[in-house]
Ligand binder design. Sequence first.
Ligand code: SIN
Ligand code: FE2
Length: 225
Amino acid sequence: MPRLSALDFAKAERQSALMTRSQISPPAGFKHLPLYFSPAQQAELISCVKQATQTAPFFQPAMPKTGTPLSVVMTNFGTLGWVTDKAQGYRYEPAHPKTGAHWPPLPDLLVRLWKETAEWPDLPEACLVNWYREGSKMGAHIDRDELAVNAPVVSVSLGDPAMFRIGGPKRGGPTHGIKLMSGDVVVMGGASRQCYHSVSKIYYGESALVPNGGRINLTMRRVNL
Ligand code: SIN
Ligand code: FE2
């Protein structure tokens, strides 16, 4: 056996730390349902998004206080939509920030998905539509703008794959990583609902599903108790 140089040893250690990091088990209540939606259903969801953007166009969200733009653009379905801007920060609003019109209703396929997976008595008021284009990411955060903190978050991935990471209730700990593919569903219920999660990478250009490219993530949330 050749002896490892100090540099090789450091590299091997880093590699093994990275592998451990992505291989911790996910928190309790986290579910990944691969290819929940067939390609035909995925195409139907994309056409629902396309139709929604006729009255609720994608808008550019910005961080509270600093006004730094997020790398995704957004719109919503539902009676409430999640928005954020420099002046007022993270919140739910019944109307689009630019047009003032109510958000379009939740598509039937999404209502059905919630009923099949959420195990929650009320329907979600909100479905956030995030469009990730080349280089877009989502930093580590916990969803905490809802009063119904225990209602699960149910999300659908469409288009390009994404590296999704979920850790624990404290920022910066080890994470469980999964490559989410088009048609996959994620349910964050139980303890996982209060856990940090992020999207660290988009595998841009791997899917032709989303018009003009990228990944669309649909995230349903129950807001009020
Ligand atoms: C989010 O947590 O806001 C988005 C998750 C995703 O894009 O898969
Ligand atoms: Fe989130």
